[in-house]
Design a protein around this ligand. Structure first.
Ligand code: HEC
Ligand code: HEC
Ligand code: HEC
Ligand code: HEC
Ligand code: HEC
Length: 187
């Protein structure tokens, strides 16, 4: 074959990969900043039940004491983050709760309080940054916490029950006729 023709063929081949790559990146701007480790591990970057600094029993507080989810996660309808209560909010009760004052987990709580430190809770749910999720429209659409978080009221330490994958979001969106357009969930 003519060597010039071969060179031309190679040139076309290489430049089409380059142009194709550019087009692909433009279509999915959210993957432009490529982080290898994040790409490998973001699907399961933590155990479903990560070790926590204090073993916080949801079952005791919700089921036995009857405290409402929103008493502690009060931003759930108002902001992007549901929020976790601060040490002083725990202390609002635990200063006066004699029955468990000497338990090791409560001693840790007092220690954080006396040192003026926040409890470094480990996130159980954590979507990648390129996904847009807010609680508000889901709650307003009539969903219950348990639709996505399972029966937290009987968990000792919270664990994740949903995969938080795109398929998981999409299959409920299809069922409930919510939007499945890319830009609804991706910036
Ligand atoms: C449609 C599914 C869905 C429903 C319903 C839902 N959540 Fe969530 N929740 C999520 C997802 C997804 C995350 C992870 C968000 C992230 O990483 O940005 C999350 C995160 C959280 C967090 C972690 C802190 C934070 O804000 O990131 C708390 C606490 C929480 N939810 C509490 C609740 C409570 C309480 C309710 C009920 C009032 C509720 N959720 C209802 C899906 C849901
Ligand atoms: C509305 C009051 C209230 C709030 C707020 C509250 N607790 Fe409690 N908590 C209690 C009561 C009451 C008990 C004990 C129930 C019993 O006697 O079995 C308890 C039990 C516990 C226990 C179990 C102790 C054991 O070993 O049996 C832990 C751990 C705990 N709380 C941590 C926390 C943390 C951390 C916070 C803040 C995020 C918090 N609590 C917020 C009232 C509260
Ligand atoms: C007394 C306060 C309190 C009440 C009531 C409470 N929570 Fe929590 N919740 C916490 C604390 C503290 C954490 C962080 C510790 C942990 O993750 O184990 C937490 C963590 C969570 C998480 C995991 C957050 C993450 O890191 O992704 C979810 C989901 C959650 N709560 C849902 C609920 C639901 C649903 C209810 C009602 C059935 C509820 N909570 C009631 C204090 C509370
Ligand atoms: C259990 C069902 C369910 C799951 C799971 C769910 N959603 Fe939704 N979502 C809904 C419903 C229902 C609506 C529609 C609310 C409306 O139109 O009033 C909605 C609405 C939304 C909206 C707003 C759409 C708009 O038109 O503005 C976004 C963004 C969204 N969801 C993101 C997510 C993401 C991201 C996930 C996964 C991490 C997810 N959702 C998982 C049921 C779900
Ligand atoms: C209802 C919300 C939702 C919609 C609609 C949605 N995505 Fe996603 N997407 C997600 C979530 C959540 C993740 C993160 C998945 C994970 O962490 O495993 C994701 C991840 C991705 C990724 C990263 C790679 C991967 O596959 O895990 C790409 C690329 C992507 N989405 C493209 C799209 C395109 C293209 C569309 C439109 C056809 C779309 N998404 C529509 C929620 C959504």
């Amino acid at each position: 074959m003519n060597p010039i023709l071969i060179r031309f063929a190679i040139f076309i081949f290489v430049s089409s990969i380059f142009v194709g790559g550019l087009l692909a990146v433009q279509q999915f701007p959210q993957v432009r900043e490529f982080d290898f480790w994040k790409a490998v591990f973001y699907k399961n970057p933590y155990p479903e039940k990560p070790p926590q600094p204090i073993i916080f029993p949801h079952n005791i507080h919700v089921k036995n004491l009857g405290i409402d989810c929103r008493f502690c996660h009060y931003y759930v309808e108002k902001s992007k983050y549901a929020g976790v209560p601060s040490v002083s909010e725990c202390m609002g009760c635990h200063k006066y709760v004699e029955s468990v004052k000497d338990r090791p987990e409560i001693k840790k709580l007092f220690q954080y309080y006396e040192e003026g430190k926040n409890i470094p809770w480990v996130k159980v749910h954590n979507l990648p940054d390129f996904v847009r999720f807010t609680h508000r429209m889901h709650i307003n659409a009539g969903l219950d916490c348990s639709n996505c978080h399972g029966d937290v009221s009987s968990m000792d330490t919270v664990h994740r029950v949903a995969p938080l994958s795109m398929d998981w979001c999409l299959s409920c969106h299809r069922q409930s006729q919510a939007s499945t357009e890319c830009q609804v969930c991706h910036y």
